[in-house]
Write a protein that binds this ligand. Structure first.
Ligand code: FE
Ligand code: CA
Length: 544
């Protein structure tokens, strides 16, 4: 993949402005971002209001979404963009009032709540509405209205009450949706699944250039604007890229059908960055500007709550959601706070550098938050960790000179050991890690000591394959035999595109690996490649 590192006018201007006082702090980058993009927080209140009746084209081109269900609250999202591929979305720099409605039925005859929110130009007319004081464990429908335009109907739900003795929860896990690698057919099928919540485990978009024919989509009926044919760098680049992704009807269908709980990986900002360290030799202050732009565009375009709203290049994405006594989800961010990859990244023979106990994938504060949170809460039946990169050890070959991926937990084994020790100390009964990133479906048993195949199994890891990244793929990747021979705790491998559903029950959990045979043409069917179960109290995957 080619990597383009242009310097936009905005960044040039910021660099001129800050040139002599080389700012290295996050505060400096935040100030520079405000400077570079004219986004003073006070501007929100100053912009004049635009009457919704003056919006003459459908503003709901990017669909609707909901996210982060709480027992008494839903979070609703939309963005107004009559012309989504134009930098201003086709709206003037004015505030727009947006009416919203929440009901028990999709015809809106039993309305639960309605209200008005404001779409601010400073947030590119995105709208985040938190509706509180609702009944727990309810399916609800929502829609938005501007002038005479009504949005598509979305379906969402509140979480069960914290003390509920709930018996079942079905989730889906997805990741890695490179638009230029294929159609989002898997999302079309996911929209039809009966799941309670979808976890997005990162690589919601890719920063790489998308050509006029949409890469592997090979459009013959449309031409994408030239603005997508360069790597994303500025706030406007990232915003436009979200508009491109959300212009996909299959992605919109999945968002409308289910609440999403999202976390990012690297490509929402830049491939394989680590904390403040970019992939290539860009000066750190310039990278933090880019990170701030990427984080802001991410928050704007995702159904996230107010505590996740970024401050310059910082954004608190790790958070905890509880679904009764059945499941607790500790959603991690393994990008923002990690130590730089050991041995220069890539697949490397592990050694003192990667095994340095001072290295961290989560950062100290997030690690303490996770372990203290496990200690403080009554253990759920299932403690689930939705996160980005492969947690289990994954050797590339069975011989003694095996290599490990320095971008995954394998590059941070001390960090992984602290998490597993913390889970045991807190009495976590059933640990399940949900993972994206690698564009392959995997099922792993997590071992107390990965170097000793006879050691205890302490949890399971379900790796969701990609929605599109990697193009069509193959059921049996070429390294299948080498990987399974080298990793006895690896129970399942599949290299097709798709998603995973996980049905959590009180006695067991069942994972269905759902795959599509191709994505470079639209319309593929979905099938279940394999199903695995793990019993409560007896960790480890067995074929269903
Ligand atoms: Fe990816
Ligand atoms: Ca990734």
């Amino acid at each position: 993949m080619d990597h383009v590192h242009g310097h936009s006018e905005e960044l040039r201007a910021a660099a001129r402005h800050f040139g002599r006082r080389r700012f290295l702090t996050t505060t400096g980058a935040a100030a520079a971002l405000a400077f570079a993009t004219q986004l003073p927080a006070a501007g929100a209140a100053a912009a004049a209001e635009l009457d919704g009746r003056r919006v003459t084209e459908d503003p709901f081109t990017l669909g609707v979404a909901s996210g982060d269900p709480l027992p008494g609250s839903v979070l609703l999202w939309t963005r107004l963009a009559p012309r989504p591929f134009e930098p201003d979305g086709g709206l003037p720099a004015r505030r727009v009032p947006v009416h919203w409605e929440l009901a028990r039925d999709d015809r809106f005859t039993r309305t639960v709540r309605r209200g008005t929110a404001t779409a601010h130009p400073e947030f590119r007319h995105t709208v985040h509405v938190a509706v509180d004081h609702l009944d727990p464990d309810r399916v609800l429908y929502y829609r938005f209205r501007v002038g005479d335009w009504t949005s598509p109907v979305g379906r969402t739900r509140t979480a069960p009450a914290a003390h509920a003795h709930n018996a079942a929860l079905k989730l889906a896990a997805v990741s890695c949706q490179a638009y230029h690698d294929g159609y989002f057919t898997a999302y079309r099928h996911l929209a039809d699944e009966d799941v309670d919540v979808v976890f997005h485990l990162g690589d919601y978009l890719y920063e790489y250039a998308v050509n006029a024919t949409g890469g592997a989509r090979a459009y013959t009926d449309r031409t994408l604007p030239a603005v997508f044919a360069r790597e994303t760098l500025t706030l406007e680049d990232y915003r436009l890229r979200y508009a491109l992704y959300k212009s996909d009807p299959d992605l919109r269908a999945a968002h409308a059908a289910h609440p999403f709980v999202v976390t990012w990986d690297d490509h929402e900002t830049e491939n394989n960055y680590a904390g403040g360290v970019p992939e290539n030799g860009v000066p750190p202050e310039e990278f933090l500007l880019r990170r701030a732009a990427a984080y802001r565009a991410y928050w704007e375009h995702q159904p996230l709550r107010a505590p996740q709203r970024p401050d310059g290049p910082d954004m608190r994405l790790y958070r905890r959601l509880r679904f009764g006594s059945l499941a607790q989800f500790d959603i991690l961010d393994t990008r923002q706070y990690r130590s730089d990859q050991a041995y220069g990244d890539g697949w490397q023979v592990p050694g003192p550098e990667s095994e340095d106990p001072a290295r961290t994938l989560t950062g100290a504060a997030q690690e303490r938050w996770l372990l203290d949170g496990w200690q403080a809460s009554r253990a759920a039946r299932w403690n689930v960790l939705p996160q980005q990169v492969v947690f289990a050890e994954r050797r590339d070959r069975a011989t003694a000179d095996f290599k490990l991926s320095m971008d995954s937990w394998d590059g941070y084994p001390a960090s992984r050991a602290r998490i597993l020790a913390g889970a045991e100390a807190a009495g976590v009964e059933n640990l399940m890690v949900l993972t994206g990133d690698v564009h392959v479906g995997y099922g792993f048993d997590l071992k107390a000591d990965f170097r000793d195949p006879s050691s205890r199994t302490v949890g399971t890891e379900i790796v969701a394959t990609s929605i599109a990244s990697g193009k069509d793929g193959a059921d049996r990747p070429s390294n299948h035999d080498r990987l399974t021979a080298a990793n006895p705790h690896l129970r399942f491998v599949n290299g097709r595109r798709g998603y995973v559903t996980v049905a959590l029950g009180r006695e067991s959990a069942r994972a269905d690996f759902r795959t599509v045979p191709y994505v470079t043409k639209p319309g593929a069917p979905v099938t279940t490649a394999a199903s695995y179960v793990t019993e409560a109290g007896r960790p480890g995957l067995t074929p269903a």
